[in-house]
Design a protein around this ligand. Structure first.
Ligand code: NAP
Length: 686
């Protein structure tokens, strides 16, 4: 009995919508059996954008960063529970279980990392401040603060076929955290897996309606309707990317366009890393892994293997031997080490690109035409054994630096000096990642600094990180993913940096009181209230601008001597008048900075048990004026920022702490960071 292939649907304007046409038939990469049909005809794409803007945008923007982070966490955990269903579907793409892990658990892990970063690194507000307050007037009555607020349109994410889940989740996580709705358009070839994942996301009911829409099939005239408040990200081939970037509506409306395109990533074997060294073995392992993981269909895979001429022969032999042992077969078969390419068309494409590369390079291991499989049908499945090539004169070559064979294909090329290795890595004209395997600090410095301007990420591999390194090819949520030039010039992820791509930076100018009202942060010069000691107030009572001005305390010679001997800090500037006077900054012996901070705490704390639960650090501590014996200190402590935690009975409070001397000069300035109970006494909760 033959089962009719599943008809993929789009999730748009609040419902699952089939296309009205016949659509394209999608085949299993490894067996050639029909998997699904895809079609998006009949969809009103202008309405899709409008639905996101009108229905989801306001609801997402009404949530705080912590609310959205909590939503992402719940979503990530819910998806993790359903991962086996994704693994099963992923087999159709030709991906083995380890390949699927990168896509599925890598994608969900990326979402969870954004959830955690949002909670830890962003305030529990709806607007972000960016940088310090800039003084614009002598008397402080006119200042400026940069703020970031979410764009009010929709982010359209157009993705490549190779990571149907990771490609979606790594983009929607920062977008949703920023407070912007998304429309995802996966590449048709593997869209069945993305569609399944979106079905499970929508079923959780965790996202506000319209926060995530899916287009299964072509995006039709969608790009005609983008505005300056929308954003478009593209991952795929450089040729499609360039076409979309030049779309008239994208140009006319200055639409933010992030492009991640093909990349001729390199990996360099250091001159010190000859055969017999741990780095040589690591390099061989890494190149093999990068060529065979996901059958080489990774945007970060090593395409160019740059090695010292003296070690090239040994390297080619070692790689050839290892690659020859790679069992190629059905992705669900336990013996399989490498699965299939995404489609027979993709295999034909890779073979054609190998022919292009042969203009500069010869095949030294593997064959593009004779396929050897340990399971499956070599012709019905898109199987291709790894192909290693060698280019003897890489400076005279062009194809090896330009042609991306998006499969298990790499080219070895020799260098004579480290400068040449750097130059070869740069001949990719901008790549996502390069790596260097060396144990020599001078080599690491020269190659990393030489290659960095041409790359979004550089990995150094050596014996010290052999067991812990995440490897050349893994983009990580906290790190920037993207590259200049040929790689598209875009940047994704990078932790909170990636969130800011979906926000507008605005310089806001005005008086401190009104700026403070806008940002929800106390600013020097804004209003302050004085009633009970602010440490007696729980979060239920505490307000921005609650301020304490303390009693004063005079610093004596005895204090400094006592502190010095008690702590062991007998630095000469505190102990020796002649030496202190010879110092360009001091007129005499000075008090320790840490003594000032300690005295300040002694002046501002309220000692009895209360809502302030702990001091967890200080930020931006600066000692600005020397404190001499006989100087008198006073502290002004002001509640600057309040961040209640969504899932705890306390929150973080940031206090502006200013220590002045008897002349009113600021001797120390910093932020004190505390945890404060939401209610006090705790039984007051009820
Ligand atoms: P592609 O053919 O350029 O397609 C990429 C995406 O663009 C697909 O979703 C495709 O949809 C869509 N698309 C094509 N024409 C379009 C149009 N006129 N309007 C709107 N969307 C359009 O690339 P691919 O073959 O899927 O992906 C392989 C390439 O992606 C490789 O070169 C690889 O290096 C690159 N890649 C880069 C990264 C990175 O992060 N830098 C990551 C992964 C892959 P359809 O499938 O429906 O045509």
């Amino acid at each position: 009995m033959t089962v009719a292939p599943r008809r993929l649907e789009s999730y748009v304007c609040g419902s699952w919508t089939p296309g009205t046409g016949e659509g394209q038939l999608l085949l299993d990469a490894a067996t050639g059996d029909p998997v699904a049909r895809i079609d998006s005809s009949g969809i009103d794409f202008a309405a899709v954008l409008e639905h996101g803007r009108r229905v989801a945008g306001p609801r997402l923007r009404a949530m705080s960063f912590h609310d959205r982070a909590g939503m992402l966490k719940a979503l990530g955990l819910a998806l993790m529970e359903r991962k086996e269903e994704f693994y099963a579907e992923s087999l159709h793409t030709g991906a083995t279980r380890p390949d699927g892990w990168i896509d599925i658990e890598g994608g969900i892990g990326t979402m969870l990392t954004f959830a955690s970063k949002g909670r830890r690194e962003l305030p529990n507000t709806r607007v972000l401040t960016d940088g310090a307050v800039e003084g614009l007037s002598k008397d402080g009555s006119f200042v400026a603060q940069h703020i970031l607020s979410p764009l009010q349109g929709v982010a359209v994410h157009i993705n490549a076929f190779n990571f149907p889940i990771w490609g979606m989740l790594e983009k929607i996580a920062p977008t949703l955290l920023a407070g912007m709705p998304c429309v995802v358009k996966p590449a048709s070839q593997t869209a069945y897996l993305t569609e399944l994942c979106v079905r499970r996301i929508i079923e959780t009911g965790l996202l506000p309606e319209g926060a995530l829409q899916l287009i299964s099939g072509s995006v039709g005239d969608l790009l005609d309707h983008v505005t300056g408040q929308d954003a478009v990200t593209f991952t795929g081939s450089a040729s499609t990317g360039r076409r979309l970037k030049a779309h008239p509506a994208v140009i006319a409306n200055s639409v933010r366009f992030t492009m991640e395109a093909d990349s001729l990533n390199a990996s360099i074997l250091g001159p010190d890393a000859g055969p017999g060294t741990p780095e040589f073995d690591l390099f061989v392992k890494e190149v093999t892994r990068e060529m065979t993981a996901k059958a080489g269909q990774k945007c970060t895979a090593i395409r160019r293997v740059i090695a010292p001429r003296a070690h090239v022969q040994a390297l080619v032999e070692a790689l050839g031997e290892r690659l020859g042992k790679t069992a190629l077969g059905l992705p669900g078969d336990a013996a399989t080490r490498m699965g299939a390419l995404a489609s027979l068309e993709q295999r034909a494409e890779v073979r054609a690109r190998i022919r292009d590369l042969q203009a500069d390079a010869e095949i030294v291991a593997g064959s593009p035409d004779e396929v050897r499989v340990s399971s499956g049908d070599a012709e019905r499945g898109a199987f291709l054994n790894p192909v290693l090539m060698y280019c003897d004169r890489p400076f005279a070559a062009t194809a090896v630096h330009e042609v991306e064979a998006f499969g298990p294909v790499s080219t070895v090329m020799p260098y004579d000096t480290p400068e040449e290795a750097v130059e070869l890595s740069r001949m990719g004209k901008g790549s996502l990642v390069t790596s260097v395997f060396t144990d020599d600090p001078a080599v690491a410095e020269e190659i990393v600094l030489g290659a960095a301007p041409f790359h979004g990420r550089v990995l150094i591999g050596n014996r010290a990180s052999a067991k812990t390194s995440t490897g050349h090819g893994s983009p990580l949520a906290p790190l920037v993913h993207g590259g200049p030039g040929r790689a598209g010039g875009g940047e994704e992820m990078g932790g909170i940096r990636g969130v800011k791509h979906y926000m507008q930076r605005t310089a806001v100018q005005g008086c401190p009181r009104l700026l403070s009202a806008v940002t929800g942060r106390w600013i020097e010069g804004a209003a302050a209230q004085h009633d009970v000691h602010p440490f007696r107030k729980s979060l239920a009572e505490l307000r921005i601008g609650d301020q304490l001005v303390t009693a004063s305390r005079t610093v004596t010679l005895e204090d400094v001597e006592h502190f010095a001997h008690f702590t062991g800090d007998t630095f000469y500037a505190h102990m020796d008048a002649a030496a202190a006077k010879a110092n360009p900054f001091f007129e005499d012996r000075v008090a320790h900075g840490y003594l000032i901070a300690s005295f300040a705490a002694g002046l501002f704390v309220e000692p009895s048990p209360g809502p302030v639960l702990a001091n967890y650090g200080v930020d931006n501590l600066r000692f600005l004026t020397p404190v001499y014996f006989g100087d008198t200190l006073q502290v002004r402590l002001t509640c600057k920022e309040i961040n209640p935690r969504a899932n705890a009975e306390h929150g973080e409070v940031r206090w502006d702490c200013q220590v002045t001397n008897q002349d009113g000069a600021v001797v120390a300035q910093y932020d004190v960071l505390t945890m404060v109970a939401k209610h006090w006494p705790p039984e007051a909760v009820a």
